[in-house]
Design a protein around this ligand. Structure first.
Ligand code: IMP
Ligand code: MG
Length: 178
């Protein structure tokens, strides 16, 4: 397959504005509470770093790694836990920080997993959202930017582990011939 970066889908300034709005809301909502930000690896690392810097209350940060895609651009529908967090979440607020919600399967799986660990709450925050592809109903407490049903890369999102470092979000097309 030959991959080609097509048009820009979300700009740097749109991402910055959304991060700053979400960080303000989170800082207000969790004021005086113990909050753990759980970044969903690998894609969530860029958004989590940006978000954490703008949150004005004390937070703990940890990462969890799951896989649902392999090296393909289509979801396998199977979520596999690769790396768990180290912090004990008992009686603490957990906020899952994800790059993009597509089918919703990853975050539904993670929400259920964290609920079994007796946290004070488990909520979800995402930088991007593709609601057209949802296979399972999922409450998105801190929704990011809605994007159309296109395969995108950048701002943490990859294709075959590439492009995560791009500061904007682009559509990627996969073609048989260059
Ligand atoms: P889910 O379908 O909601 O479980 O999405 C799982 C994960 O697949 C997302 O967090 C992304 O990391 C990845 N993903 C979904 N759509 C795309 C895309 O368009 N580009 C790159 N990764 C994607
Ligand atoms: Mg992800």
């Amino acid at each position: 397959m030959f991959e080609k970066i097509k048009s820009i889908v979300v700009t740097k300034s749109e991402l910055q504005n959304k991060v700053s709005d979400l960080a303000k809301q989170i800082s207000t909502d969790y004021q005086g509470e113990e909050l753990i930000l759980v970044g969903v690896l690998k894609g969530g690392f860029v958004f989590l770093a940006d978000l954490a810097k703008e949150i004005s209350i004390p937070v703990c940060i940890d990462f969890i790694s799951v896989s649902s895609y392999g090296n393909s651009s289509k979801s396998s529908g199977v979520v596999r836990l690769i790396k768990d967090i180290d912090i004990d979440v008992t009686n603490k607020h957990v906020l899952l920080v994800e790059d993009l919600i597509d089918t919703g399967l990853t975050l539904s799986y993670l929400k259920e997993l964290f609920k079994t660990r007796n946290p004070k709450s488990v909520k979800v925050c995402t930088s991007l959202d593709k609601p057209a592809k949802r296979l399972i109903q999922l409450a998105v407490d801190y929704p990011g930017i809605e994007i159309p049903d296109k395969f995108v890369i950048g701002y943490g999102l990859d294709y075959a582990e590439k492009y995560r470092n791009l500061p904007e979000v682009y559509e990627l097309s996969l073609e048989k011939h260059p």
